[in-house]
Design a binder for this molecule. Structure first.
Ligand code: HEC
Length: 132
């Protein structure tokens, strides 16, 4: 019993030493999330968000739906906006009472999904950028 305890203690010490060794050689990694930076992970997540929240009106592949939401691909409005402006647009939507409304159909605030976070909306913008 006594011997076994020692073996375990030695094993623990060896593990500790190994752990220290690893932390010496590992370079610190910093993950920086740039909300509007066009990062690839963001676009992938944005596509998933788009499919659940926006596709009913804008199509599964953002191709648009007749009489609902316009085509998001090669879209002049999207191209003319900064990332920040697009985020603000999606947060606010564009109702039929807005003089800028072009279709006579309502674009609901946050695509009608109030639980969307700013991060998710920024990811959607990253996704929209991949379609231009
Ligand atoms: C209920 C339908 C509906 C949903 C859901 C919806 N939209 Fe829209 N969206 C519209 C309509 C309609 C317009 C056009 C408004 C107008 O006439 O100016 C529009 C316009 C836009 C535009 C401007 C493009 C242009 O050419 O005017 C963007 C960008 C956009 N939507 C993004 C989104 C995103 C991102 C989502 C999901 C978060 C979303 N929309 C969800 C209906 C919808």
């Amino acid at each position: 019993m006594k011997t076994r305890k020692w073996v375990m203690l030695l094993a623990a010490l060896a593990l500790g030493a190994a752990a220290c060794g690893y932390s010496d050689v590992s370079t610190p990694t910093t993950t920086t999330t740039v909300a509007t930076g066009g990062d690839v992970g963001g676009a992938a997540n944005g596509q998933a968000v788009f499919k659940t929240t926006c596709s009913a009106c804008h199509g599964q592949n953002a191709e648009g739906v007749d009489g609902l939401g316009p085509d998001m691909r090669n879209n002049e409005f999207i191209q003319s906006q900064s990332n920040a402006d697009l985020i603000l647009f999606i947060v606010a939507g564009r109702s039929t009472t807005d003089p800028a409304n072009t279709t006579g159909v309502d674009m609901p605030a946050k695509g009608g999904n109030p639980s969307l976070t700013n991060e998710e909306i920024a990811d959607v913008v990253d996704y929209l950028r991949t379609l231009q």
